[in-house]
Design a protein around this ligand. Sequence first.
Ligand SMILES: O=C(CO)COP(=O)(O)O
Length: 140
Amino acid sequence: MKIAFIAHDKKKEEIVNFAVAYEPVFDGHELYSTGTTGKRIMEKTNLKITRFNSGPLGGDQEIGAMIAKNEMDLVFFFRDPLTAQPHEPDITALLRLCDVYSIPLATNMGTAELLVQGLMRGDLNWRMIVHEKEKKNKGE
Ligand SMILES: O=C(CO)COP(=O)(O)O
């Protein structure tokens, strides 16, 4: 599964703790992140993460581009609801694309816990069917 980690500054500690707690689960997956979030997670874990730009410099849009190609399977985006962000339109666009493609998205730790439990149980394996169908449609 392709999994994205994104967190605003005041939520970075939370997402790092989350990644540390579930490191063995995330280890078998293809991981992506915005710039600083991925750096912080990699400092505290042995996870390999493909890092895009920092959010304010286009990182949300880069992850959004993967979602628009239906490539991303799960998004953990720990948002800070109490601080205005200079790139608010990019954030809104990313959340919107998750809804367009029905991508499981957690915007806080409470939901993230449930999604990771679902990931462990195989509840998200339907995403593999989506990928197979896309391959067939492309004639691959
Ligand atoms: O701003 C962000 C998401 O909107 C996160 O970006 P960083 O991970 O680079 O801090």
